[in-house]
Design a protein around this ligand. Structure first.
Ligand SMILES: Cc1cc2nc3c(=O)[nH]c(=O)nc-3n(C[C@H](O)[C@H](O)[C@H](O)COP(=O)(O)OP(=O)(O)OC[C@H]3O[C@@H](n4cnc5c(N)ncnc54)[C@H](O)[C@@H]3O)c2cc1C
Length: 236
């Protein structure tokens, strides 16, 4: 029934993906799937009676079925503890992962306010640096400013294909090979079957390697620039 259904993807961002480079490279996927994009739409309210959503500028979009993603927030527990910001995230130093207001607390994963993706890979990469810094703190040694915002995500695109993106605080995702420079076998920012196979293989790696805490030698906590055409981004 797909040909009888219109899908509109409405986002407060200027494109379909959080990273402009990814939007440039991947927006065609939405066109191929006949998904219409409405960007720069900061929703103000839902008018369920008249079946439309309205943004702060008064722009309206009609719907039959609305699927919304609420604002991503930290846990209320953090709010109640007084440690959080307005969104219940713990203000955290983005390179050392030490809480800004409590020097004996270190934060990783979705609980922190660092400008990295809220993703499993980020929590995983942070863990290595956080563990080291807790030990440095206990031993009264200087903390290492090592975390670079590294994120690495598969994006399933359907029909047995997937994308893989790799980026950090200062580098937009672009094309290249992963995890081995020039060899791959996975391709960055490209939709293909091999990436989907990589995603399926990752399921096994997750349960049998990552959860056991086994170190994967060729995937580092910080981002590798080898074999990739990364472009620096200036931080705001
Ligand atoms: C629908 C969905 C899809 C996602 N897909 C992906 C994906 O494809 N790839 C990816 O990389 N990431 C994905 N993510 C993001 C990823 O799951 C999170 O970034 C990651 O789980 C964060 O890990 P965390 O340990 O910080 O928090 P969590 O995994 O949320 O762990 C927090 C834990 O604390 C427990 N807890 C909470 N309050 C208390 C309390 N008071 N006492 C004791 N325990 C408590 C919770 O039960 C939970 O087990 C997805 C997230 C969602 C919601």
């Amino acid at each position: 029934m797909r040909d009888q259904v219109e899908i509109t993807y409405v986002t407060p961002l200027s494109g379909a993906f959080t990273k402009p480079k990814a939007t440039d490279a991947l927006e065609h996927l939405l066109q191929e799937k006949n998904i219409h994009i409405e960007s720069d739409f900061a929703i103000e309210r839902v008018d369920n009676e008249n079946k439309k959503i309205i943004d702060y500028g008064g722009r309206e979009i009609a719907f039959d079925l609305l699927v919304t993603v609420p604002t991503n927030k930290g846990d209320e527990l953090i709010g109640r503890s007084g440690m959080g910001d307005d969104l219940n995230y713990v203000p955290t130093h983005k390179a050392t992962l030490q809480a800004k207001n409590y020097n004996n607390i270190f934060v990783l994963g979705d609980a922190s306010d660092i400008p990295a993706s809220k993703a499993g890979s980020v929590a995983h990469f942070e863990a290595e640096i956080l563990t080291g810094n807790i030990l440095h703190f206990i031993n009264k040694e200087p903390l290492k400013e090592e975390f670079d915002g590294h994120a690495n995500c598969f994006i399933e695109t359907g029909n047995g294909k997937a994308l893989l993106i790799d980026f950090n605080y200062t580098h937009e995702p672009v094309e290249g090979s992963f995890p081995f420079a020039g060899i791959g076998p996975l391709s960055l920012l490209k939709e293909n079957r091999m990436n989907h196979m990589g995603k399926l293989a990752f399921r096994w790696i997750y349960w049998n390697v990552l959860l056991k805490g086994t170190h994967i030698p060729f995937v580092s906590a910080t981002m590798s620039e080898k074999g990739r055409n990364y472009e620096e981004i200036t931080e705001h």
